[in-house]
Design a protein around this ligand. Structure first.
Ligand code: ADP
Ligand code: G3P
Length: 497
């Protein structure tokens, strides 16, 4: 059977479009970075129009690279940076403000105020999230309070709110569809993940008009048809998921107890808990892993804000390496007798600490410490942070996570040294798949299976292939001492103890 799938991965720093053939092989790729705006300390914004242009341009280039025509594409899947807030004029499609990015901390004080009013348990019980600026709700509330006339216009239905997926669906369909999927909705802080609907009580607390919200659909669903005036063909959009959830799907973590961890800019570990909505007692998030055929599958999530970004810091700010891949060999040369720890709290700490005011620090420096020890500390910090997440997951989920093999993906898993250290620190095997582009594969599978072109869930899971399993090799005493040193370092950085 012929027919191609176009998958769009709209990430935090770049947009990627990929064309897959009917055998699920990648036959065309295009990637484009776009501008990061930092208008104030802790603020991060994107130009939604620039994002849209990057999507159109990478689609065209990917189509050209695959040597096909747009009309050869059977269906489109979209995956995206989550939580980022876009508001636009329903009639003209013009953004009403720059998008406020998930990393933006401007609503930290507002979150504190809501916590002081004792509202966090209510938000957590309904949304599975915490009152942290990371999520969309308080950012949207900020826009409604600070952009002239926005609230009045939103109440009249003239303004649309959406995460980046909604924005792209709206643009691709020529303004005909204002929708999102359940995974993206589950990150907004206004969506009740048990009832599967936006919640009036939370909307009222955050003063968000219902008239501006998108329709929420399953991940494999009908999200409209592209406007031929834009891409030259009318193609159905059949799959949508937030990028970390798409990685769960792409890594075929369909069974309860299966877990993936993605190492890109940040690191996000998700444990499939099946139809059970597990409430965390250890500051993890409860979120929607996917919703298919109206049935919700939940996950426990641990979110780490800085993973590969620390490697970029080593390269760009410290100048210790020229390219990220050099860190692998450099870390291997580090003096085994020095115990140097980097706590990469550059933008605060995420799970399980949720300390927006914590800042990074390095411990254990000696006269002999050099670039190799820094490189090792950077790569190890990823392993230690994952360890902390998994410990929290074990406590939350009857110890079952301890029996799980971790499936990994993302740019950083190319580093063998990091993957070996991860297995050592976790004292558990780590499986690296052949296809590292699991996020985009997940979005493609949602669309491809809905189109009847790709295998069903079981058939797709059977195609997952391991590139390499990293088995733990570190001696138990050494591991325990290393973890104690890490935990001591983290405790010295926390401001919310
Ligand atoms: N060989 C490597 N060793 C360590 N880190 C790497 C390596 N290759 C890429 N990275 C890191 O991985 C990140 C890129 O991964 P990617 O999955 O593309 O991220 P994102 O989707 O968040 O932009 C960068 O932060 C980069 O520093
Ligand atoms: O775009 P990424 O890969 O950095 O992922 C961002 C996450 O979705 C934020 O929650």
């Amino acid at each position: 059977m012929s027919g191609y799938i176009l998958a769009i991965d709209q990430g935090t720093t770049s947009t990627r479009s990929m064309i897959f053939d009917h055998e699920m092989h990648i036959v065309g790729v295009a990637q484009q970075e776009f501008t990061q705006h930092f208008p104030d300390s802790g603020w991060v914004e994107h130009d939604a129009d620039e994002i849209w242009q990057s999507v159109v341009s990478t689609i065209e280039k990917a189509i050209a690279a695959a040597k096909i025509r747009m009309s050869d594409v059977t269906a489109i899947g979209i995956t995206n940076q989550r939580e980022t807030v876009v508001v636009w004029d329903r009639a003209t499609g013009k953004p009403a403000h720059r998008a406020i990015v998930w990393q933006d901390r401007r609503t930290a004080r507002f979150c504190d105020e809501l916590k002081q009013k004792g509202l966090e348990p209510l938000f957590t019980q309904k949304t599975g999230l915490l009152l942290d600026p990371y999520f969309s709700g308080t950012k949207l509330s900020w826009l409604l309070k600070n952009v002239d006339a926005l609230k009045a216009r939103a109440e009249k239905g003239e303004i649309c709110f959406g995460t980046v997926d909604s924005w792209l669906i709206y643009k691709l369909t020529g303004g005909k569809v204002h929708a999102t999927d359940a995974t993206n909705a589950s990150r907004t802080l206004i969506y009740d993940i048990g009832e599967n609907r936006f919640d009036d009580e939370l909307l009222s607390i955050l003063e968000i008009p219902r008239a501006m919200l998108p329709e929420v659909k399953d991940c494999a669903d009908d999200f409209g048809i592209t406007d031929p005036a834009i891409l030259g063909a009318a193609i159905p959009i059949l799959g949508v998921a937030g990028d970390q959830q798409a990685a769960v799907i792409g890594n075929a973590c369909f069974e309860p107890g299966m877990m993936k961890s993605t190492y890109g800019t940040g690191c996000f570990a998700l444990l499939n808990t099946g139809p059970d909505r597990v409430a965390s007692s250890n500051r993890l998030l409860t979120t929607i892993a996917y919703r298919m055929n109206g049935e919700t599958t939940y996950a426990l999530e641990g979110s780490i804000f800085i993973a590969g970004a620390a490697v970029q810091w080593l390269r760009d700010q410290m100048g210790f390496v020229k390219v990220a891949s050099e860190t692998d060999a450099l870390a291997g040369k580090a003096d085994p007798h020095q115990r140097v720890y980097l706590v990469p709290a550059f933008t605060g700490l995420g799970a399980p600490h949720w300390d927006a005011d914590a800042r990074g620090a390095i411990f254990g420096l000696t006269r002999g410490t050099g670039p190799a020890e820094f490189a090792r500390a950077v790569l190890e910090s990823v392993a230690y942070q994952t360890h902390d997440l998994l410990e929290a997951m074990k406590k939350d989920w009857n110890g079952s996570a301890s029996r799980t093999v971790l499936r990994v993906d993302g740019g950083m898993v190319a580093s063998d040294w990091t993957m070996q250290r991860l297995a050592d620190i976790l004292a558990a095997p780590v499986d690296r798949p052949v296809v590292l582009e699991t996020t985009v594969l997940g979005a493609a599978w949602l669309a491809g299976s809905r189109a009847g072109l790709w295998p069903d869930q079981k058939g797709f899971a059977a195609t997952w292939k391991r590139d390499r399993r990293f088995e733990p090799e570190m001696e138990a005493g050494e591991r325990e001492a290393a973890i104690v040193g890490w935990q001591d370092s983290v405790s010295r950085c926390l401001t919310n103890r």
